[in-house]
Design a protein around this ligand. Structure first.
Ligand code: GLC
Ligand code: CA
Length: 564
């Protein structure tokens, strides 16, 4: 009887504590693909998505109110950039408490409600995890700086200066100036790779590792389906504090260029990623990495041995091809295809100029925005969209230094204008402030919000939004797009990017005119086994197909189905 009762209690505990915790468990599909391989991800900058209480800053209730929009768009998971309590020096990337919500965004009840509403609308929640540093206002750092013998002293990286008035070495903060700040109270320097208000945690201290792993567990239990891991390459530094090699020239902040040899990319990072992964696996959760890699070998390392690290290291290579270049794109896709993990494609985020501006030529920006959507959303792999990309939102950069909110835009002005331009409010309709808020938002909306907004574009069948919706709908139902292999076609064509996605006797052909001139071409798909079938247009914009011939206007796109 005792045994039975205790078994019953164990069952109760499982049902009521960990079961809701376990992120919607789903088995793999016939190809062994997990939920995150079939999902479309969408990054939300919470300050700028939807403002429910009209204080000019977006919030969780705002996000929750847009779940049906997200679902109808074709989004399966949203990654929310940090919404934890924070002094907002780096707009949330300076976390003062990892297990709470900043009052400006709501509270944990709002969070739970958002998760529940997300579940109803089949939208999972991915949180942003900032493991490298905390806010200087975090209780750990406050204790750490209080004395050389404080319990949390060794949770951060404290060192004596090289000589009076001299930091321990030549390391530079990526946001400008020395990476070391002297704290006069204890007469030692602490290390910060980012702003001085973002002291680096000491991951060589097992107590730090323990508490950080537990934090991820805590959120999984609240229903989070995964994390985007911030700045993972910066977790460890050389304990010997060697000076970094100096390179020629200076950066936008006026600091000498250094090779970050002794403060990034330590092998220990991978050990920690494996541990974070083991915790994630307890909840069928996904780990996405902010992995700024310069080649595929580096990217490959983040997948880990046998895939035991990040399932989704972000491939930022596209964000570095800032022109419409089929040869460059083919090279990038081929590189990712050769990696030992599932490709992850990104064309925009909150740290880089929006894709609308980067690829746009100033005249055909809408056509180019559609082209880019049709491109990266039909590749083999998981795309991570950036809010507003689907309506052709453009950068709205500050024109005066006094308007800049992002600190690097003030210290680096005018060379570096900061990241405000790509973080402006989501454009919902043509009313003042683009329907984001009744109050002046924290960043201004551009005048193009009059035409580029959800309400107007929903009514226009030729809008960027409707193109995105059609592509995402096809992607969710078409097996070749979900599972199929990628085969580049016409590989020496400088104007057209063409490829086939094929799966079990069915295929999708994608043809994208990346040039300013009309194009005509024919496809012989017999080597791929599709020689007998005519092209059946699924989605097109400025393009058409007859038999196996495709005609495209400048920046036209065609997505056609073929079968054996
Ligand atoms: C990442 C974030 C960026 C932030 C930095 C420091 O690069 O994407 O916005 O400023 O980390 O946390
Ligand atoms: Ca608000």
């Amino acid at each position: 009887m005792f045994m039975r009762l205790s078994a019953f209690f164990v069952l109760l505990v499982i049902l009521f504590s960990s079961a809701p915790a376990v992120a919607q468990v789903q088995s793999a599909d016939a190809e062994g693909h997990q939920w995150w391989q079939r999902a479309v991800f969408y990054e939300i900058y919470p300050r700028s998505f939807a403002d429910s209480n009209n204080d000019g800053i977006g919030d969780l209730i705002g996000i929750t109110s847009k779940m049906s929009y997200l679902h109808e768009l074709g989004v399966d998971a949203i990654w929310i950039t940090p919404c934890y309590p924070s002094p907002q020096v780096d707009f949330g990337y300076d976390v003062a408490d990892y297990e709470n919500i900043d009052p400006m965004y709501g509270n944990l009840t709002d969070f739970d409600h958002m998760v529940a509403e997300g579940k109803k609308h089949h939208v999972r929640i991915i949180m942003d995890f900032v493991p490298n540093h905390t806010s200087d206002q975090h209780a750990w750092f406050q204790d750490s700086k209080s004395s050389r013998t404080a319990p949390h002293r060794d949770w951060y990286i404290w060192r004596d200066g090289k000589a009076p008035g001299q930091p321990p070495n030549n390391w530079i903060s990526i946001f400008g100036g020395s990476a070391w700040k002297l704290d006069p109270a204890t007469d030692q320097y602490y290390y910060h790779f980012f702003y001085a208000q973002q002291p680096d945690l000491n991951w060589r201290n097992p107590a730090v590792e323990r508490v950080m792993l537990d934090t991820t567990r805590w959120w999984y239990r609240r229903g989070v389906s995964g994390f985007r891991l911030d700045a993972v390459d910066t977790l460890f530094e050389d304990p010997g504090l060697n000076d970094n090699p100096v390179l020629p020239g200076t950066n936008k902040q006026g600091d000498p260029n250094l090779q970050n040899k002794y403060n990034t990319n330590f092998p220990e990072v991978h050990t920690e990623l494996q541990k974070l992964r083991r915790v994630a696996d307890e909840s069928n959760a996904v780990l996405i990495g902010e992995t700024w890699t310069s080649n595929v070998a580096e990217l490959d390392r983040y997948y880990g041995q046998g895939g035991n690290e990040l399932q989704m290291p972000m491939d930022f290579m596209f964000t570095m091809v800032n022109k419409l270049s089929p040869p460059d794109f083919r090279r990038q896709v081929a590189a990712v295809e050769s990696a030992h993990g599932w490709p992850v494609f990104v064309i925009s985020n909150h740290d880089i100029v929006r894709s609308y501006n980067r690829y746009g030529d100033g005249k055909n920006n809408d056509a180019i925005a559609k082209l880019m959507g049709a491109f990266y959303l039909t590749l083999r792999g998981t795309p991570i969209m950036y809010y507003g990309e689907e309506i052709g939102m453009e950068n709205n950069d500050p024109t005066r230094k006094e308007d800049v909110k992002d600190p690097i835009g003030r210290t680096g002005w005018p060379q570096e204008k900061g990241r405000d331009g790509e973080r402006t409010p989501m454009q919902w309709n043509a009313s003042p402030n683009a329907g984001f808020s009744k109050k002046a938002p924290w960043l201004p909306v551009p005048t193009s919000s009059q035409t580029h907004n959800v309400a107007s574009e929903s009514k226009d069948p030729n809008s960027v939004l409707n193109l995105y919706k059609r592509v995402l709908a096809l992607r969710h139902t078409n097996q070749a797009l979900l599972e199929g292999a990628y085969t580049p076609l016409h590989e020496d064509d400088a104007n057209l990017m063409s490829y086939l996605r094929s799966y079990k006797g069915k295929a999708v052909l994608v043809v994208l005119n990346m040039s300013t001139s009309p194009q005509k071409t024919t496809f012989d798909l017999s080597p791929q086994g599709f020689g007998r079938s005519a092209l059946k247009t699924a989605i097109s914009s400025g393009a058409s197909a007859t038999g196996n011939e495709v005609t495209l206007e400048p920046f036209g796109l065609l997505i056609a189905e073929v079968s054996q």
